[in-house]
Design a protein around this ligand. Structure first.
Ligand SMILES: Nc1nc2c(c(=O)[nH]1)N[C@H]1C(S)=C(S)[C@@H](COP(=O)(O)O)O[C@H]1N2
Ligand SMILES: [Mo]
Length: 321
């Protein structure tokens, strides 16, 4: 069974409005002088994907990722303590993030891929095995949480995109919307936010494209409409609000690596034995309890991912930073 988000939104196929017609209708209404267009068109399915509303029916919980070994961190904690520099370089961005337009959402697939092109999120989800997974998340700043995500494996998106044999890396690009994102005015930051993984990492079953959390359509502060989660890497690798995925031959240099390569390297695999230049990574603060708990190599996901790094030089610090 394929799980759509809120199938009740869907009109019968015969009545569905293609996105192009939707936009034409918006333009027509704009010409007629209707300003608040999103409010003017509530019945259209492309306009009904509302961040934070219940996901019905709830997608099945993947039994392999049903237990993170710690309780799920309450949404009132994780939803009010976010890193999302587009909205400011502090944790209290949740309210500002509500201004971000996330509906409709389109993903651009480009670069070295057979099936390059643009696809609407709803169409993409209809092709993907949407499921729930409970993952640990470890920020490079030494705090952590457990989040119940709804999403699909990045590996399935890679399969859909059909990368050519020249594609060695995958690059993710975040929305950069000047109107809603005050952080973009801070011109010394390398906008848009980008990140990357190797093609082997992208094909591993663990990377998850997240479109929901806590049984809801992804609330905006978590990176609506679609973000990545790489649970064995420091949190900055997990780009939010992804609008573009590129298959490339050269290793991409992400946002944080551009800012400070000596502290935020490409691999950024969680490792308690390799300190950040300015602090230890041996422990992490559990957002739920405030307790300091030991950090695990690969954030405890070594069984799934350690093999990816076998051939690589362990002496190379960039394996970790
Ligand atoms: N576009 C974008 N993605 C981002 C960030 C960001 O500032 N902008 N911060 C990263 C960092 S440092 C972390 S820890 C996680 C935080 O995700 P959360 O706020 O959903 O917990 O998002 C990552 N993805
Ligand atoms: Mo982070």
């Amino acid at each position: 069974m394929i799980y759509h988000r809120r199938p009740s939104w869907r009109l019968p196929e015969s009545a569905a409005t293609p996105e192009s017609l939707f936009w034409n209708r918006r333009q027509a209404l704009a010409a007629m002088g209707f300003g608040a267009l999103s409010a003017a068109l509530p019945a259209l399915p492309a306009n009904a994907r509302e961040a934070g509303t219940d996901w019905t029916p709830k997608p099945p919980l993947d039994p392999a990722y049903a237990d993170a070994g710690r309780p799920v961190t309450a949404e009132k904690i994780t939803g009010a303590y976010n890193n999302f520099y587009e909205f400011g370089s502090h944790k209290g961005i949740a309210q500002a993030a509500q201004e971000m337009p996330t509906d409709p959402w389109t993903l651009e697939i480009d670069g070295l891929a057979e099936n390059a092109g643009r696809i609407g999120l709803e169409d993409l989800l209809a092709k993907m095995p949407v499921q729930e997974r409970i993952y640990r998340h470890r920020c490079v700043e030494a705090w952590s949480m457990v989040a119940p995500w709804i999403g699909f494996p990045l590996a399935d998106l890679v399969k859909y995109a059909g990368p050519t044999s020249e594609a060695k890396y995958v690059r993710f690009q975040t929305l950069a919307d000047k109107d809603s994102m005050p952080g973009l005015r801070q011109s010394w930051y390398p906008w848009p936010y980008t990140e990357g993984v190797s093609i082997e990492e992208a094909k591993n079953p663990l990377p998850f494209m997240v479109v929901g959390a806590y049984g809801k359509v992804l609330p905006k502060q978590f990176g609506a409409a679609m973000r990545l989660h790489l649970p064995w890497k420091y949190g900055f690798k997990s780009a939010k609000s992804i609008v573009r995925i590129s298959f490339v031959a050269e290793r991409p240099v992400g946002y944080w690596e551009q800012l400070q390569a000596s502290e935020y390297g490409f691999w950024a695999n969680v490792n308690p034995e390799v300190p950040h230049r300015r602090w230890s990574q041996a422990e992490e603060r559990d957002l739920a309890t405030g307790d300091e708990i030991p950090t695990q190599l690969y954030n405890g996901y070594g069984e799934e991912v350690a093999g990816l790094y076998k051939g690589l030089d362990d002496g190379d610090r960039t394996l970790w930073y």
